[in-house]
Design a protein around this ligand. Structure first.
Ligand code: HEC
Ligand code: HEC
Length: 174
């Protein structure tokens, strides 16, 4: 009988930590985009990639090569380039270790490698290994850079398993 309150306390403690762990996993995994100029200029052709998805050297490279941007011309005025570059560098993956996907992406990178797209980063590759080719190349998606075609909450910086809905396949089952 004397042990009862003690085990009850342990159950309460577990419940408490269970709840707080759960609450932690609900927040954004990458800091959501919060810059109007970036949204306007860099989220018109495609989904607005969060700055925390790439490290500073990658953003610097992308912003210095906008005239030949993945097969298209995304040139901007000098002033806009400066403002957007500052926003990207201030919020790049290595500057946001408190966001767990940013931390995982950063930690998986090889020193000295310039990653010119998110899909070259080892953590990203590992996470997408199980995709079938047709899931990516089908017309409703197109290529692996179309994050929001599968990740229904990508805009909010949420990429977790339960938010993945692949066209012509459905919710991701693992
Ligand atoms: C004229 C259209 C256009 C504009 C404007 C544009 N992009 Fe892109 N961007 C593309 C295309 C096309 C791709 C290739 C991926 C795809 O097919 O969706 C791409 C890919 C990217 C990728 C690589 C995604 C990956 O696979 O990792 C990043 C990062 C990126 N753009 C950032 C930017 C930034 C930053 C800006 C604003 C300065 C910008 N884009 C403006 C057309 C554009
Ligand atoms: C064709 C659909 C598809 C596209 C396009 C896609 N993903 Fe994914 N993504 C998945 C699937 C499926 C998983 C695997 C979930 C698992 O089994 O852990 C995944 C996993 C992830 C994870 C890890 C989630 C977890 O719970 O571990 C992240 C982060 C992620 N994707 C980010 C991105 C980003 C950023 C882009 C765009 C550059 C992208 N994805 C493009 C389907 C896609």
């Amino acid at each position: 009988m004397k042990n009862l309150p003690k085990s009850f306390c342990i159950i309460l403690l577990c419940a408490f930590f269970g709840v707080s762990l759960n609450a932690k996993s609900k927040g954004p995994e990458v800091k959501p985009v919060d810059n109007p100029l970036y949204k306007k200029e860099c989220a018109s052709c495609h989904f607005g990639y969060q700055p925390g998805l790439l490290p500073s050297p990658s953003w610097k490279y992308i912003m210095e090569n906008l005239s030949s941007h993945y097969g298209t011309d995304a040139s901007l005025e000098k002033e806009e380039i400066e403002q957007i570059t500052k926003y990207l560098l201030d919020n790049a993956s290595e500057k946001a270790p408190q966001y767990r996907r940013s931390a995982k992406l950063t930690n998986s990178m090889q020193p000295g490698v310039l990653y010119t797209s998110i899909s070259q980063i080892p953590y990203h590759q590992k996470k997408h290994r199980k995709l079938k080719e047709w899931m990516v190349t089908q017309k409703e998606v197109g290529n692996i850079a179309r994050c929001a075609a599968c990740h229904t909450k990508a805009d909010e910086g949420v990429y977790g398993k339960r938010t993945i809905n692949i066209p012509n396949y459905g919710m991701w089952r693992d």
